[in-house]
Design a protein around this ligand. Structure first.
Ligand code: SF4
Length: 176
């Protein structure tokens, strides 16, 4: 299934801003949300960017022993959910964590988990950052999200408990 193709806007390696630890980030190309405060409108056109197989994309992520995880951002990863799920499945098998940023809210994704690939992508996602960036809720103090309407949702715990369980940063205490 790694022969599936994905349309991407780009890749960032050694990122520390798209989730905890050292991560590689895939920016999916194509987004239909048209959020007024979008920072990446160049990712909206689904035919722009680069078409690449999942296999070739994995080769470009420069995963190494220091990499703790991979993040899917956008654009909208759920518009290419089937291929994203295959990529995610492979990454999880390598012991990596998967964070996914989406313009959809959690409740919409759950209600539409029958859409092709939606359920499969949720299944391999550790943390879902849901909802679009909204300038009126902008808060620079927030970890890994731009506005307070976005939630860092631990997917399997939330599905298991039937209530949203939010990811919390772990405090690191350094004794000097
Ligand atoms: S979901 Fe994200 S990429 Fe898409 S329009 Fe909204 S802010 Fe931009």
């Amino acid at each position: 299934m790694l022969d599936l193709t994905v349309q991407i806007a780009g890749i960032a390696t050694e990122s520390v801003v798209d989730g905890p630890g050292l991560r590689s980030t895939v920016f999916f190309q194509g987004c239909s949300h048209a959020c007024p405060d979008c920072h990446n409108p160049e990712t909206w056109d689904p035919s722009a960017g680069q078409l690449i197989t999942c296999r070739d994309l994995l080769g470009k992520l420069q995963l190494n022993p220091l990499t703790t995880g991979v993040t899917f951002s956008g654009g909208e990863p759920f518009l290419q959910a089937a291929a994203a799920a295959e990529l995610g499945k492979f990454l999880k098998q390598q012991g990596l964590s998967l964070w996914v940023y989406t313009g959809y809210v959690w409740e919409y994704l759950l209600a539409n988990s029958g859409n092709p690939g939606f359920g499969a992508l949720l299944e391999v996602t550790d943390v879902l950052v849901d909802g679009p960036f909204q300038k009126k809720y902008r808060d620079l103090q927030l970890a890994f999200r731009g506005s307070s309407n976005q939630r860092l949702i631990k997917v399997s715990e939330s599905i298991k408990t039937g209530a949203i369980v939010e990811w919390q940063p772990t405090a690191v205490i350094i004794n000097l």
